[in-house]
Write a protein that binds this ligand. Sequence first.
Ligand code: EPZ
Length: 433
Amino acid sequence: MERFVMKGGHPLSGDVVIGGAKNASLGVLAAAVMADEGCLIENMPDVRDTNVMLQAIEGIGGIVERIDAHTVRISGAAISKDNTIVDDEFIRKIRASYYLLGALLGKYKKAIVALPGGCDIGSRPIDQHIKGFTALGAKVSIGHGMITAEAERLVGAHIYMDVVSVGATINVMMAAALAEGRTIIENAAKEPHIVDVANFLNSMGANIKGAGTDVIRIKGVESFHGSNYAIIPDQIEAGTFMTLAAATRGDITVRNVIPKHLEAISAKLAEIGCTIHEYDDAVRVDARDRVLKNTQIKTLPYPGFPTDMQPQMAVVMALSEGTSIITESIFENRFRYVDELARMGAKIQVEGNTAIITGINGYTGADMVAPDLRAGAALVIAGLAADGYSAIENIELIQRGYEHFETKLQDLGAQISLVDNDKDEQKFKLKVV
Ligand code: EPZ
């Protein structure tokens, strides 16, 4: 079985180029099938989740032409109204499968999509998606593991989201963009990927205003034309490398980023004692020889501290002096890394949605299992900060969202390797000293 093996305890330094945002690209790829012509999408991350989305698009008759690892041409023109059923063993595993529901419902007024899977980080209901589609005039039903949404016509509506949801905002925005008349989404999510999907829809001819604020106004149009579009940089991949600099007391510059998207992360790292330098499209985190101090974080929708950075930040907080506190307010099951970190010596006590972290001087290497994507990335950071060897299994979860993770880490000086058998793990251990 594939696993990461590593020997930690060294400061990691250098530059790392950040790829396109996974969560934006999942929305953009799904939205591309709504155009009557082909769309060229650039800066797409070549990770498992985006590849599953591309397979699903092919599965319903879309044409996917891979120009290179990060560029793809998608044409949904050949998809027929009678073939809007999205189901395969892979699509069931990704959360963003439901974006095809909004996209196909918007264009064909009918979609049947396997109920979404995704990381096991909480109950993850879809009531707000259903509420939005229903308000637009669709009939939505769930049965046999599938969601069906269909409508004679979709008509714009005034929709108030009861919870701030990234997925529901994107999904309802896509369907409403091809509905008749005007839609207002109130209490919308404001994440950078909402803005990115809205910009992409607008580039195809949609009329969406207000994305990035909590009120999105959409004037429906009849059809979309093709578009060339480049996806924004991945805020969470960037944040992951920023916390790596802090945890290993290194000095890392993340390049090809939008520093504004990273403000919540930069601010917390500065607060605990790192020096942050911001450039036009790069952020440098310098933690060399720093004594890190305790802090508190509460995960919140953007522009608050992202839940997708909570495990990585916890790894840093566990190495910071004093008592730190995390309040996870988005997903109830996002502390599954705590037992693994405890095996490395971390002192973390979880009570409900709160983690109380008592700082320690350093981790000791251990064998661990990645519980989900971001928690898995966090364990890699811990392993690279730890004294001695660590091994992490279940790395396919990490590969859902990080492209060439081990290569990028090696380029920063990390002693890490992807192996798939015990012999290679032994070889790695003999090689690194
Ligand atoms: C997106 O998930 C991301 N996934 C997640 O990324 C991220 O953690 C999350 O947004 C929050 O930022 C993708 O973009 C594919 P939500 P999503 O709907 O859309 C509740 C990663 O590591 N809710 O914003 O599923 C829900 O339970 C991941 O890349 C409802 O109650 O998240 C949660 O408490 C994993 N009803 C809150 O809203 C609904 O209908 C936010 O969820 C929908 C959501």
